[in-house]
Ligand binder design. Structure first.
Ligand SMILES: [Zn+2]
Length: 163
C-alpha cells in the first residue's frame, strides 16, 4: 500500500543522517549502532521525564508501516529489541516503551519510518506529557550515546557499535 504525506522533493533528514550528514536537529555523533538494515541514534527532542530516548530507523527510505518490506522491518524490530535491552541495562530505568506513528492522524511528522524507544521510570507520566519544545544539547545527548556505545561494544550482539 502506497500512502505518503511527504511533500514533493522531500529532503529526508533521516537519509541525510544515515549518509553521514548531520542535520540542524540530529548529529552523526548521536548514532549509537548501525546494523544490517537498521540504525539507532539518541533522539534530540526529549520528553521531560524520559531523557535520552532512542530512535531506530531502517537504513532504506520507507515512509511508514504500509510500505516497508517485511525483511526491512524485521531489521528494525531486531535493533529495537537490542536497544531496549541496552537502555534497560545502562539507564537505571524501571522499564522500556516503544512508539511508532503512521500518518498525521497517527502523530507522524517525520516521513521516514522510525520507532521511539523510551526509558521508563515509575510515575514518569510519559503518555500524559508533551515533548520539550527545544532540543537537548549535543553534549547532553552524548552522555546517553556513550552509555549505549559502551554497552554495544562490550556485548556480543549481531550489530556493530557505531564509531
Ligand atoms: Zn529517509
Amino acid at each position: 500500500m502506497s500512502i505518503t504525506h511527504a511533500p514533493p522533493g522531500y529532503q529526508c533528514p533521516m537519509c541525510d543522517l544515515l549518509a553521514g550528514r548531520s542535520t540542524p536537529i540530529d548529529d552523526v555523533r548521536d548514532i549509537v549502532m548501525r546494523a544490517e538494515g537498521a540504525a539507532a541514534f539518541v533522539a534530540s527532542q526529549w520528553w521531560p521525564n524520559n531523557p535520552g530516548h532512542v530512535m531506530v530507523v531502517p537504513t532504506g527510505h520507507y515512509e511508514n508501516l504500509y510500505s516497508i518490506p517485511a525483511v526491512a522491518y524485521a531489521a528494525v524490530g531486531d535493533l529495537v529489541r537490542e536497544v531496549a535491552v541496552a537502555i534497560r541495562a545502562t539507564y537505571g530505568c524501571d522499564g522500556v516503551s516503544t512508539r511508532q506513528h503512521n500518518e498525521p492522524a497517527g502523530y507522524q511528522d517525520l516521513w521516514h519510518l522510525h520507532v521511539h524507544v523510551y526509558p521508563r521510570y515509575e510515575g514518569d507520566r510519559l503518555y500524559a506529557t508533551q515533548p520539550e519544545s527545544g532540543f537537548a544539547a549535543l553534549a547532553e545527548r552524548q552522555v546517553y550515546a556513550e552509555r549505549l556505545r559502551t554497552y554495544f561494544t562490550s556485548s556480543s550482539g549481531s550489530a556493530t557499535a557505531a564509531r
